[in-house]
Design a binder for this molecule. Sequence first.
Ligand SMILES: Cc1cc2nc3c(=O)[nH]c(=O)nc-3n(C[C@H](O)[C@H](O)[C@H](O)COP(=O)(O)O)c2cc1C
Length: 193
Amino acid sequence: MRILAINGSPHKNGNTVTLINEIFRGARTQNHQCEIVHLIDLNLDYCNWCGECYDTGVCPIEDGFQEHVINQIFESDILIVATPSFNRSVTGYMKNWLDRFCTSQLIYKVDDQQKVKMQSRVPTGKKGIIIVQGCTNLFQETIEPINVVMKVLEIPIIERVIVPHIGLTDDDTVDKKPNVINQVLEIGQNLPS
Ligand SMILES: Cc1cc2nc3c(=O)[nH]c(=O)nc-3n(C[C@H](O)[C@H](O)[C@H](O)COP(=O)(O)O)c2cc1C
């Protein structure tokens, strides 16, 4: 199986990536293929709601989103969406990615009764894992934007990893929490094949 992780943290070796890497470590013991996309590397532009993707599912902004992100997602079996909490929400990188992903991959139609019907362009059969973490224990608003997008795009969530009380200082790193590390390692080891 192919596992793709989207890292919404600006850090490429921070707490978010530690958690992703532990899932990968477990998954590799089962011979799953693992890849990570660091959103900070992509310099993605914002969704400007031009509407051009509506008929095609292809975003016309030429910034690599389609080739590097959508193509990789379509080829993956498991999509990990991971972000630190920033001001109780997802990071700006993650919000931007969620907007681009959802707008380009959601088909919606308004019927005569003004009822909206939605359909996903994402090939069926994929499963999602959400990771959120931060120095508080208040993550409802952080996880919700990810829940919403995964729901409308019909990617069922098989695991939600929520890690409180890390990252207040440089010393508060998740690798010092063996219970958490074991928990995510096991998630990787026990992924469906
Ligand atoms: C701008 C900013 C806002 C933050 N806001 C929150 C917050 O609202 N809640 C929280 O739990 N942590 C908050 N944090 C702490 C980060 O979520 C925490 O340091 C996290 O572990 C960083 O993850 P990373 O190492 O993967 O980048 C904030 C950090 C920054 C820089």
